[in-house]
Design a protein. Structure first.
Length: 155
């Protein structure tokens, strides 16, 4: 049996591994290089819910592998990935606006003016209920800074 202390340490090390992958990569990917933990980014827009994708329907874009729940979603994404990809490459929108690059949770999200924003926690999501325009403007400025600092600014 694993002691509570060892279990907590294992959980912490697992989280640190996930965060280190996120910090080293422009897109929020898991340890297998799959964007937003394999969730179908088109489903947020078309079905208005978070739906896990499948390796069967996948494509590579922006340095990551993207999974989809159906062929139609794969086709839509392939035609116009920037219309469906989450803002800030799937990192937590609230974290970005606060100056921290942390992975977004694909089950905690908002669609604002047709754009998908992921959040690390419900608390972060709630922060964006108010002053959304200001939050987005702030996050956009800080995201540009992150891109420049890490050398993956797309022109």
């Amino acid at each position: 049996m694993v002691s509570p202390g060892k279990f907590l340490l294992m959980c912490l090390l697992s989280l640190l591994g996930t965060v280190s992958v996120a910090l080293a990569h422009p897109v929020n990917v898991n340890s297998d290089g799959v964007a937003i933990n394999g969730y179908d980014t088109v489903a947020y827009h078309r079905m208005e819910e978070a739906i896990p994708g499948s390796e069967e329907y996948s494509t590579d874009w922006n340095g990551a592998t993207w999974w989809f729940s159906r062929a139609e979603h794969l086709e839509l994404f392939t035609q116009n990935p920037e219309a469906y990809a989450p803002r800030y490459n799937g990192h937590c929108a609230n974290g970005i606006s606060d100056g921290h690059k942390v992975p977004g949770n694909p089950e905690i999200y908002r669609i604002i003016d047709g754009d998908l924003y992921l959040f690390f926690s419900q608390w972060g999501r709630l922060q964006w209920q108010f002053n959304q325009t200001e939050q987005i403007e702030l996050a956009d400025r800080k995201w540009l800074r992150f891109q420049r600092e890490l050398g993956y600014l797309r022109e």
